[in-house]
Structure formats: structure tokens, C-alpha cells
Design a protein around this ligand. Structure first.
Ligand code: SF4
Length: 379
């Protein structure tokens, strides 16, 4: 199995959202200059010679478009110097509404970016402010318009639900407004209150309440109903797409395929190991300048872990795990490896099987973690 994808992390943002636990720092011009130099050192370690052929590239963050024009062009050029963009099937940039001016859109298009993932979250200015976002709803309209005019129509937007004070009706309004754009792809995640975030501090002090479980479940159901009715297919727990517009890059993760993870805090999966990069910016930059290998930790992945992950990740997809691909990859059938567990899960109506795939049932989706645990193998 070759390394089919590259994830490149740009950890800068114009403002830090109250719920965010990603690797991110306030944008600073000098730091971003240094970071890009360091990033190139790391890319050179993985790809020292000829351009690499990968099927997908995903530039995420942080906010990759938070950098200035010169830096954005430098980043795009760097990627172009090391990867064969012409042979790439999907080249995505994450962006925040408000960051994408005409020049940035022009640059993205000129360097072959063909998919944009926009962090919209909600169509509600008051709520955007409450969760610490810097953009306004009108920025979403301006940015989508600008992207479409530039011929960048493969757009995905992220929506959030179960936010503090958000009612089911509020989220319904957000879904309806999002659907008016008739975009090819939507992702939607519920709020998770993670340590080291503003929301976590408020929650611990009793100043922030989580959404009620019932409301959260109702919002998720509404999301599924409305998006499906609008012609989007739910191909993963949190992702919906028109046929043919499923994220090829994210499918790399769920198909348990290899990918480079480049940049501060990035995770990668290479033959025999998972890699986790150094997160703090100065330490990442220092190590990248020292030897081009700013890796914090490498976790060996043997056959046992590979088989387990094949199930945890693959079952996130609505289609589930392909029996034929599993056999091709491992030279054993799913029944050879998980025989009794599969029968047990089927009897409990947590997974379903047809001639091609094994997938979660609706009940299995709700009890996801319980199902995944069953696929842990003995040493
Ligand atoms: S823009 Fe994205 S990465 Fe930056 S703070 Fe907000 S959620 Fe985090």
C-alpha cells in the first residue's frame, strides 16, 4: 500500500474560538514566516527528490488562509514544488469565512486547489460571537459567491450543533440556510467541551451548560433528515455529500490508508507506524531546523493494531467495511479474524452484513464505542 495522501497543518488563526482544542496560535507575521521555513524542512525530509504522487492533499489548521498573500503564495508554491498536483484527485484548503479575499481565492485557484472546506458553524451572528468566531453570516455569502465566481464550486461547509443556548429550532434554521446554497458537501459536529478551552473553564465554573442529550439527538436526527431529503447522502457519521463529492481525503483516514502528517501537531500514518508531531510552535520550528524531523512520538502499528483500526475507522462509513477489500489487504477474511464477534454483534443487531460489506445498524451507530470495543483483539 503506497502513501496516498498528505495532510499539511497551518496552525494560525485570526481569533481563537472558545471551543477549539486544535493546534493553533494567533496569527503573527514573523512567526508564520518562520513556520513556513520549518515546514519546508519537514517536507524535504519526506520528499527529498522528485515530486511525490499522492491522490489527495488536505491543507488544514488552524486556518491556512489566515496568513498574508505572500505567505499563502509561498505555501502553495512549496506544495507545488514537492507534490505532483496535476496527478492529484483532490486538493483541499480549509478556510474561514472572512479570510478569503479576491487575491487569496485567485491564488488558490491558480495553484490548483480544487476543493474548499469552509468553517461556517452556524447562520446566526449572535451565536457566532458567543462561541468566539470572528466572522459574520454575511461573510459566508460573500466568500461562497467569490469562490463560485472563480470556478471553485467544490465547497464543503462545517456546521456545529449542541452549542450552549442553541435550540433545536435554531439549528433547524442553520440547516435550512446552509441548504439554500445547494453545496456538494456538508460536515456537522456536535460541540465537545475539551480541556484547555475557554468553554471548558466556563463549564468547570458552572458558567456554561451543555445541550440536553435529547436535544442533541433531535438535532442530529434533523440534520440527517433534512440533508438526505435535499439529495445529500450520509456517507459517514458526520459527513454528507452529493454522489461523487464524498471527501476523497477523509476517506483515506476511514479506509485506514497511509498519509503524511506534516506541520505542528499533525498526525500521520506511514508503513508500520503512526506519527505525532511536536505541537508547540517554537519547539516544532527548532526541531525542524535541527534535523527536519519534528516528530514528538512514533507509535508502532503491527498487524493487530492495523486490523482493529480497519474496523474502528471503516465502520464510521455508512457503507462500512468491504469484505473483499479486507481480504485483498490482509489475505484473510473478516470472518477468519473476527468470526465469533461478528456473529454476536449481528445477533445484538448492532451490525448488519450483506454480500459486500459489514456496517453499523442505526442502533450500532448510537452505541458506536460499545461496538468498536468488540473489535479489540487479544495480543
Ligand atoms: S478558526 Fe478553527 S482552528 Fe482556529 S480557533 Fe477557530 S476552530 Fe480553532
Amino acid at each position: 500500500m503506497k502513501i496516498s495522501s498528505a495532510y499539511i497543518h497551518i496552525p494560525f488563526c485570526q481569533q481563537i474560538c472558545h471551543y477549539c482544542d486544535f493546534t493553533k496560535f494567533f496569527y503573527n507575521e514573523r512567526l508564520a514566516d518562520e513556520y513556513l521555513e520549518a515546514l519546508e524542512k519537514e517536507i524535504n525530509t519526506y520528499i527529498p527528490g522528485e515530486k511525490a504522487n499522492v491522490r489527495t492533499i488536505f491543507v488544514g489548521g488552524g486556518t491556512p488562509t489566515a496568513v498574508n498573500h505572500k505567505q499563502l503564495e509561498k505555501l502553495l508554491q512549496m506544495i507545488d514544488d514537492h507534490f505532483d498536483i496535476s496527478g492529484c484527485e483532490e486538493y483541499t484548503f480549509e478556510a474561514n469565512p472572512g479570510d478569503l479575499d479576491q487575491e487569496k481565492v485567485r491564488l488558490l485557484k491558480a495553484y490548483g486547489v480544487d476543493r474548499i472546506s469552509l468553517g461556517v458553524q452556524v447562520f446566526d451572528d449572535e451565536m457566532l460571537e458567543k462561541i468566539g468566531r470572528v466572522h459574520k453570516v454575511k461573510d459566508v455569502y460573500t466568500n461562497i459567491d467569490r469562490l463560485l465566481q472563480a470556478g471553485l464550486s467544490n465547497i464543503s461547509i462545517d456546521l456545529m450543533y449542541a452549542l450552549p443556548g442553541q435550540t433545536v429550532k435554531d439549528f433547524e434554521k442553520t440547516i435550512d440556510e446552509a441548504l439554500q446554497f445547494d453545496l456538494p458537501h456538508y460536515s456537522s459536529y456536535s460541540l465537545q467541551i475539551e480541556p484547555k478551552t475557554v468553554f471548558y473553564q466556563r463549564y468547570k465554573k458552572g458558567k456554561l451548560s451543555k445541550a440536553k442529550e435529547d436535544d442533541e439527538a433531535e438535532m442530529y436526527e434533523l440534520l440527517q433528515q433534512k440533508l438526505t431529503k435535499a439529495g445529500a447522502i450520509q456517507y459517514e457519521i458526520s459527513n454528507f455529500a452529493k454522489p461523487g463529492f464524498e471527501s476523497k481525503h477523509n476517506l483515506t483516514y476511514w479506509n485506514n490508508e497511509y498519509y503524511f502528517g506534516i506541520g505542528a501537531g499533525a498526525h500521520g500514518y506511514l508503513p508500520g507506524k503512526r506519527t505525532i508531531n511536536i505541537r508547540p510552535l517554537p519547539a516544532y520550528v527548532k526541531k525542524a531546523f535541527e534535523d527536519g524531523k519534528p516528530i514528538l512520538h512514533e507509535e508502532p502499528i503491527g498487524l493487530k493494531e492495523q486490523l482493529e483500526e480497519e474496523m474502528f475507522l471503516g465502520l464510521r462509513k455508512s457503507k462500512g467495511v468491504s469484505k473483499e477489500l479486507f481480504r485483498e489487504k490482509y489475505g484473510k477474511t473478516l470472518t477468519d479474524v473476527f468470526g465469533r464477534k461478528l456473529t454476536d454483534l449481528k445477533n445484538r443487531e448492532l451490525i448488519a452484513e450483506d454480500s459486500e460489506n459489514i456496517r453499523l445498524t442505526p442502533k450500532g451507530r448510537i452505541l458506536g464505542n460499545e461496538v468498536f470495543q468488540e473489535f479489540l483483539l487479544d495480543e
